[in-house]
Design a protein around this ligand. Structure first.
Ligand code: DX5
Ligand code: ZN
Length: 225
């Protein structure tokens, strides 16, 4: 079953704890936290302090905390997110000088390592790293903001990665897709081979409640599988 990972980037930060609890109660499989430094991407969001606070809720709900680092040179930050309670920690290949060492560091600190690719980055950069990671995060928007449109060429990229993972019998590696995912394209993205869908404004918006948005996503995914 395709997992749903709500991204809190577009949640109401005045009521963050309540909204996190709401989406956990709705059945979130994973909670996705976007960390941005204003250098790797033109936006600044949260750090280890907020991750640590949210960990209290996800731990009680037994839901993994999936931290997406959109930061330059992430190595020095990795221990802080380990201490804050990240279960999965994803770095951008474009931001790492020594990706193999960075991935080793994440795993040594007890977290599941992931690598994220921006839309312009070809899958080939992953070739040497696939045996060492637990997650590939395909960006289907340019990172930095919620509410952007899904980049249609992402679908072929997802299909190619699914083929690669299956060919190398790496089905344990999660294929996570992030950006512009809504109830009207979620089934198509899952059919292309995604195992985890990150959804921000498709869940956190003013049009409907968190639970109804979430249930609509779950419904389209279950009826298409
Ligand atoms: C963008 C973030 C995404 C974003 C998704 O840089 O990595 O996780 O929050 O938001 P939507 O689903 O609104 O595109
Ligand atoms: Zn993200």
């Amino acid at each position: 079953m395709t997992k749903i990972a709500p991204s809190i980037l577009s949640a109401d930060f005045l009521r963050l704890g309540d909204q996190v609890q709401e989406v956990l109660d709705a059945g979130a499989d994973i909670l996705h936290l976007d960390v941005m430094d204003g250098h790797f991407v033109p936006n600044i969001t949260i750090g280890p302090l907020v991750v640590k606070a949210i960990k209290k809720l996800t731990l009680a709900a037994n839901v993994p905390l999936d931290v997406h680092l959109m930061v330059k040179n992430p190595d020095h930050l990795i221990p802080h997110f380990a201490q804050a309670g990240a279960d999965m920690l994803t770095v951008h290949v474009e931001a790492c000088k020594h990706l193999h060492r960075t991935i080793q560091q994440i795993r040594q600190l007890g977290m599941k390592p992931g690598v994220s690719l921006n839309p312009a980055t070809p899958l080939g950069v992953l070739e040497e790293m696939l045996p060492f990671i637990d997650l590939v995060l395909i960006m289907s928007v340019n990172p930095g903001f919620g509410g952007q449109s899904y980049i249609p060429t992402s679908t072929a990229k997802i299909e190619r990665l699914r083929w690669l993972l299956d060919k190398q019998r790496l089905s344990n590696v999660e294929l996570e897709v992030d950006g512009g995912i809504k109830s009207d394209n979620a089934a198509m993205i899952a059919a292309a081979g995604a195992s985890v869908l990150v959804v921000g404004t498709g869940i956190f918006n003013d049009n409907a409640s968190i639970i109804s948005n979430f249930q609509k996503l779950r419904q389209v995914l279950s009826s298409s599988s």
